[in-house]
Design a protein around this ligand. Structure first.
Ligand code: ATP
Ligand code: MG
Length: 395
C-alpha cells in the first residue's frame, strides 16, 4: 500500500478486512523495527512501514503487508514437532546417561563392594574383571591384582607354617633317634654292661658317631636359616672346573669305595675352562647331590657318574646315579625346602629335605641353574649350568 498524506494511492491487492483503516500514521512508529510489527493483536497481519516525503513535500508512507493467517497452523505444527523432538532428545540423553552411569559407575562399584565384602568374609577366591579403558575398570583390575597378591601371600604363609610344623616333627624325629642311642650306650657304660675295654671302646665310638650325625644335622639347619635370610657372604673367585672336580673326586672316592659305590668322572670341555664361584659353597652343592645319590642308591653296585659338557658360553655339570629314582609327581618338588619323597621317609633315610633347596639357592646366587631328571627305579641325574668365566667379559 502506498499512501500520500491520508490518501491511499496504490494498493497491491484487495483484502477482506480493509487493512488500510488500521494503518499507523506517518511517523507514529519507529519505522526501523527489524522485521516489522503486527498492526493489532487481533489482526494477523505483519506490517513493514517506511515513511518518506514526496517531491512536493507531502508525507508519504509505504507499507508491505503480509497476511500470516495461512502460516499459523504451519508454525504451530513446527513448534509442536520441535517440542516433541526436544522431549525425545532429552529422554534419549537421559536414558543414555542412566545406561552409562549404570554400566560404567554403579555396576563396577557394586562389583567392587561385593568383592570387598567377600574378602572381608575371608573368601579370597572371588575374582572380578574390569574394563582397562576407564578409571573404575582400572580400579577393578588393580583390586583383582591385590586379591591375587594377598591370596599368594596367605598361601605362602600357610605353606610356610605347614613346613615349619613338618620341620619341627622331622627335626624332633631326627634328633630323637641318635639321642636315644647315645643315652642307651651311655647307660650301658654307666651300668657296667660294657664290661670289657673293647666293648666300652665300641660304645664310645658309637656315641661319637651318633653325636657327629647330630652335629651335621644341626649345621645344615643353621646353614639353611642363614641362607634363607640371605646372610651368607660369598667369596667369588676364578675356579678351574677340571681341578675343582678332580679334587672333589679324590676327597670322596675313598669314602665311596668303602660303601661299594664306583665314582667316575668325564670332562668333555677344555681343561682351561674357569667359572666364577665360591669354591666352599659350590662344594657343598656337589657334596649334597652326591650324598643324595649315596643315600638313595638301590643296587649292590652303586654307580655315580660326574660329567661336564660344553654349552657355548655355559658349562653343564651332570651328576648321574643308578639309584631308586624320583617319581614324576615328586620331581618338580625335590628342590622345595623340606621336601622329601615318601620313599625317603618310609625308608628312614634321615635328612631334613633341605639339601637340594640349599643347593638351589647357592646355584641361584651364582646366577646358574639347577634341575633334575629321573627315571623311577633306574637313575637320577642332577644338572647344574654355569656361565663360563671369560677374562675380558667378567673382569
Ligand atoms: P638333607 O639333604 O637335608 O639331608 P634330603 O636328602 O632328604 O635331606 P634333599 O637333598 O633336598 O633332602 O632331597 C629331597 C628329596 O629328593 C629326598 O628326600 C629324596 O626323596 C629325593 N632325592 C634327592 N636326590 C635323589 C636321588 N639321587 N635319588 C632318589 N631320590 C632323590
Ligand atoms: Mg640331601
Amino acid at each position: 500500500i502506498l499512501r500520500k498524506g491520508s490518501k491511499i494511492i496504490y494498493k497491491g491487492s484487495e483484502n477482506d478486512i480493509n487493512i488500510e483503516n488500521y494503518l499507523p500514521d506517518f511517523g507514529e512508529f519507529d519505522t526501523n523495527i527489524e522485521g516489522g510489527f503486527y498492526i493489532d493483536t487481533n489482526k494477523p497481519f505483519l506490517l513493514k512501514q517506511q515513511d518518506f516525503h514526496f517531491v512536493d513535500g507531502s508525507e508519504g508512507s509505504i507499507f508491505i503487508i503480509t497476511d500470516v493467517r495461512n502460516w499459523i497452523p504451519q508454525i504451530r505444527n513446527s513448534a509442536q514437532q520441535l517440542v516433541l523432538v526436544f522431549i525425545i532428545v532429552t529422554l534419549l540423553t537421559a536414558l543414555i546417561s542412566v545406561y552409562w552411569i549404570y554400566f560404567s559407575i554403579i555396576k563396577p562399584f557394586n562389583t567392587l563392594r561385593i568383592a570387598t565384602s567377600e574378602i572381608t568374609k575371608g573368601n579370597l577366591n572371588y575374582s572380578i574383571e574390569g574394563d582397562p579403558r576407564d578409571e573404575i575398570g582400572q580400579l577393578c583390575i588393580d583390586f583383582e591384582e591385590m586379591r591375587i597378591r594377598i591370596k599368594e601371600l596367605l598361601e605362602g604363609q600357610l605353606e610356610s607354617e605347614k613346613n615349619t610344623k613338618e620341620l619341627f616333627s622331622n627335626i624332633s624325629h631326627d634328633l630323637k633317634t641318635p639321642i636315644t642311642a647315645i643315652k642307651g650306650y651311655a647307660e650301658g657304660i654307666i651300668d657296667g654292661i660294657a664290661d670289657t675295654p673293647e666293648k666300652r671302646d665300641k660304645y664310645i665310638q658309637t656315641i661319637y658317631k651318633k653325636a657327629s650325625s647330630m652335629s651335621v644335622l644341626i649345621d645344615e639347619l643353621l646353614l639353611y636359616s642363614e641362607i634363607d635370610a640371605n646372610n651368607v657372604n660369598y667369596y667369588f673367585s676364578k675356579i678351574n672346573l677340571d681341578e675343582f672336580f678332580s679334587d672333589c673326586i679324590e676327597e670322596l672316592s675313598l669314602d665311596l669305595e668303602v660303601k661299594n659305590i664306583k665314582l667316575s668322572y668325564k670332562n668333555k670341555v677344555d681343561k682351561e675352562i674357569h667359572v666364577l664361584a665360591d669354591a666352599q659353597q659350590f662344594k657343598k652343592v656337589i657334596n649334597n647331590i652326591i650324598m643324595n645319590s649315596v643315600k638313595f642308591i638301590k643296587n649292590e653296585k652303586g654307580l655315580i657318574h660326574i660329567y661336564i659338557e660344553d654349552k657355548n658360553e655355559f658349562v653343564q655339570i651332570g651328576i648321574k646315579d643308578n639309584g631308586i629314582g624320583i617319581s614324576k609327581e615328586d620331581l618338580p618338588h625335590v628342590f622345595d625346602r623340606f621336601y622329601r619323597t615318601d620313599e625317603s621317609r618310609n625308608t628312614m633315610k634321615g635328612g631334613t629335605g633341605l639339601g637340594l633347596s640349599i643347593a638351589k639357592k647357592i646355584v641361584k646366587d651364582h646366577e646358574g641353574k639347577i634341575w633334575a631328571k629321573s627315571e623311577e627305579g633306574i637313575s637320577t641325574t642332577v644338572f647344574i649350568k654355569l656361565r663360563k668365566y671369560e677374562e675380558d667379559k667378567n673382569e
